[in-house]
Unconditional design. Structure first.
Lengths: 218, 239
């Protein structure tokens, strides 16, 4: 598997994969989890899938196996637009080096087969990308029940607001710290010899793109 | 941010600094004690059977109550234990008791609990590697806990467990598995017999038995299943 970085500047190289990605999101977030209503075209796309979003997508033989989305917290994101009332400790975090990390998934066919390796490969590569880019924290709304499982990768997480019930699940806005330790903690289970991060075409610097938008908005 | 928010947040920050579990547990005990919970227990739950002693993380039950609970084998008939095994979300003892059919045993358990100062409580099932765990908080009085505070306690319990897992989860040097031992144990965890493992790894069955014995010794386990549990708990067996 290779993990591809896809953003506004190189998306034209990945049109087919992006459609596959949104189709998988529909399978999982609409059909499996029931978090959103079905879309006629079978693609799960929301108001945060804009040019501001960067995607890390795991592809094997041209098929999307796993993926997730990063949105700079300086742009509109779930926490700022939908759940801002939950960020009652210090308000909504707005920082070009902090990214909201959402819509993560592994397709069902791969979950059984690959076990923890696949998740570890993906998470290690996420941390690799964040370290390269100077992103310091990633997160968003987390289900409290799953927080302890991130410990397996030695990931640390801090709440930025009070817990609340969302659709019957206790959730809390929280961010994971990006660190070499977090990378190494996931890498340990990844069984990889070398990096699987792929950046094709024009590059985009996440943090300066996030910063630019903020000053434009101001 | 009200004062409980601040207390919980401070507690969460403090969990990172502890280097031993006892002061960590006492800190948590003081936090929940202030909210009227005089006792608590944090334990893994057995996937089968009733013995959770091996999986106990922190037992702050009154000692006598733990003894009675163990000797009279209350685990199998206690609605709170039953629910802890299968529920994912926090639940109040009242709800488990109300929704499980009342039996002579369940009434006895609830009655005896009151005698030991555990009249009511709330339980937080916690995700754990390979098996369920639960944080159960007990009060000598009927529960008077708002939903918001319930969420904060859930968060605090989760962070306690994460810190405890860190502190307890580093294997002692004498309990570090070799690569071969890890390989053998992985197949055990997948349900293979010693003979099957010998076929898979191209070893004699005797050699596999030697490895298994060594593994059990390293963890001080009387059976290999317990060793699997300990290996997972010390992060030596990714599943």
């Amino acid at each position: 598997m290779k993990i591809h970085v896809i953003h506004a500047r190189n998306r034209h190289l990945y049109e087919r994969e992006m459609e596959d990605f949104f189709r998988q999101r529909h399978r999982i977030y609409v059909e499996e989890k029931g978090w959103r209503d079905a879309a006629e075209d079978g693609l799960e796309i929301d108001q945060f899938d804009t040019a501001a979003a960067t995607y890390l997508i795991g592809i094997v033989d041209g098929r999307v196996m796993t993926g997730s989305r990063f949105v700079p917290t300086t742009r509109p994101h779930l926490l700022s637009e939908v759940f801002h009332h939950l960020c009652d400790f210090e308000g909504v975090v707005r920082d070009p080096t902090v990214a909201e990390w959402t819509r993560g998934f592994i397709i069902p066919e791969f979950r059984e087969v690959a076990g923890v390796n696949l998740k570890a490969q993906f998470c290690a590569t996420v941390m690799e990308y964040c370290l390269n880019q100077g992103i310091t924290r990633i997160g968003g709304i987390q289900e409290i029940y799953w927080l302890p499982l991130w410990k397996r990768f030695r990931w640390t997480v801090r709440p930025v607001g009070s817990p609340s019930l969302i659709d019957g699940e206790w959730c809390v806005p929280a961010y994971f710290d990006v660190s070499e330790e977090a990378f190494a903690g996931a890498w340990r289970f990844a069984r990889l010899q070398e990096s699987i991060l792929v950046e094709r075409g024009p590059r985009q610097d996440f943090v300066s793109a996030a910063g630019e938008l903020r000053s434009r908005a101001a | 941010m009200n004062s409980l928010d601040a207390d919980i947040l401070d507690f969460i920050d403090r969990t990172r600094d502890y280097t031993a579990v006892d002061p960590l547990f006492s800190d948590f005990g003081a936090l929940v004690g202030d909210l009227g919970f005089e006792h608590f227990i944090l334990t893994g739950l057995p996937p089968v059977g009733e013995n959770f002693d091996d999986l106990m993380i922190c037992n702050r039950w009154p000692e006598e109550w733990s003894k009675v609970y163990h000797d009279r084998r209350y685990f199998r008939d206690d609605p709170v234990s039953r629910w802890s095994l299968v529920r994912r979300r926090p639940f109040r003892w009242q709800d488990a008791r109300a929704q499980c059919p009342a039996t002579a045993r369940s009434i006895e358990i609830a009655g005896n609990a009151v005698e030991f100062g555990l009249a009511d409580g709330i339980a937080f099932p916690l995700a754990s590697e390979g098996w369920q765990a639960v944080m159960s908080l007990a009060s000598s009085r009927p529960l008077d806990l708002g939903q918001k505070d319930e969420g904060l306690l859930y968060l605090a319990s989760t962070y306690l467990k994460m810190a405890a897992t860190d502190l307890l989860g580093s294997p002692k040097p004498e309990a570090l598995l070799t690569a071969r031992e890890r390989e053998v144990l992985l197949w055990v965890a997948a349900g293979k017999t010693a003979w099957e493992i010998s076929m898979i790894l191209g070893l004699s069955e005797n050699t596999v038995e030697v490895h298994l014995r060594k593994i059990r010794t390293k963890f001080g386990s009387s059976n290999i299943t317990h060793a699997v549990v300990r290996a997972i708990a010390t992060n030596q067996l990714p599943l």
